[in-house]
Design a protein around this ligand. Structure first.
Ligand code: HEM
Length: 238
């Protein structure tokens, strides 16, 4: 009697791996890493409001961040852990964005030619990649400026407050911060709006709330951020 062997089954990868490889999985990753970024920019803006209190308060706040959970963890230990989470979120966000772009191009190699798709997507949505690149370049400059002090005009050994004032007293640097934070605003606005979609938290009845939340969040974070270089340029803080 002839023996028939069962047809070979295609190798099954795990559910999580399949999800990771899918566009949906990448959108989840973008949304979750985006939420980490949103939490950071909100908390960072709130902390920076101490600039309006006094130099001592602002510097004390910077020192407080280094002593979070001290002595359970060594000095700067918690801050370094938070930095790792932020870096991981940034890498996941940028890599997923790149992979999604490649997947979209493969699925639709011919670009739309007519102006019609421009009507559908608003300005913030259409410029996500560009505003993302500007924010990325800004973060690089910002770290070299205020964290590492490499490009900061203040003498070495200056306090965080002195570094901020030295940077924003320069008109070109202040202007760069204004442009970068406006790009951040466009990115945040569309990002907040679309993360609800990616996470499946969308419902026609609540869409107007989504829009209001995206607008409110963006105005608070970016309004605060724009106010700092403007306040230094106008001599309100010095
Ligand atoms: C005009 C608005 C801003 C001001 C005044 C400001 C101020 C500062 C200061 C003073 C530091 C150094 C803190 C320290 O070393 O003690 C810092 C670090 C940092 N800022 Fe900003 N920042 C602003 C906007 C932003 C934005 C929009 C982002 C992100 C998109 C951002 C991301 C960071 C990051 C990642 C660090 C490094 C944190 C660390 O590792 O300690 N900042 N910022």
């Amino acid at each position: 009697m002839a023996t028939t062997s069962a047809p070979a089954r295609p190798a099954r990868s795990g559910f999580l791996l399949d999800l990771y490889r899918s566009a949906l999985g990448k959108k989840y990753l973008m949304a979750v890493s985006g939420i980490v970024g949103l939490g950071y920019v909100f908390a960072h803006m709130l902390g920076n409001l101490k600039l309006y209190q006094s130099a001592e308060d602002f510097n004390a706040y910077a020192a407080f961040l280094r002593r979070l959970l001290y002595p359970i963890l060594p000095e700067s230990g918690t801050l370094n852990l938070l930095r790792l989470v932020l870096i991981a979120a940034l890498v996941v966000h940028v890599v997923s964005a790149y992979q999604l772009t490649v997947m979209n191009r493969r699925a639709r190699p011919e670009r739309y030619k007519g102006p019609r798709d421009y009507v559908v997507a608003d300005f913030a949505a259409r410029t996500m990649r560009w505003t993302g690149v500007i924010v990325l370049l800004f973060i690089g400059y910002h770290l070299a400026d205020l964290t590492l002090g490499w490009v900061n005009p203040a003498p070495s050994g200056s306090t965080p407050y002195e570094k901020v004032i030295a940077s924003f007293s320069s008109l070109p640097i202040a202007a760069f911060y204004l442009v970068a934070n406006t790009a951040l605003g466009l990115h945040l606005y569309h990002g907040v709006w679309s993360l609800f979609q990616s996470m499946g938290w969308n419902n026609r009845r609540f869409n107007h709330l989504r829009r209001s939340f995206a607008t409110g969040f963006t105005l608070v974070v970016v309004g605060g951020n724009l106010s700092f270089p403007i306040a230094v340029q106008l001599g309100i803080i010095s």
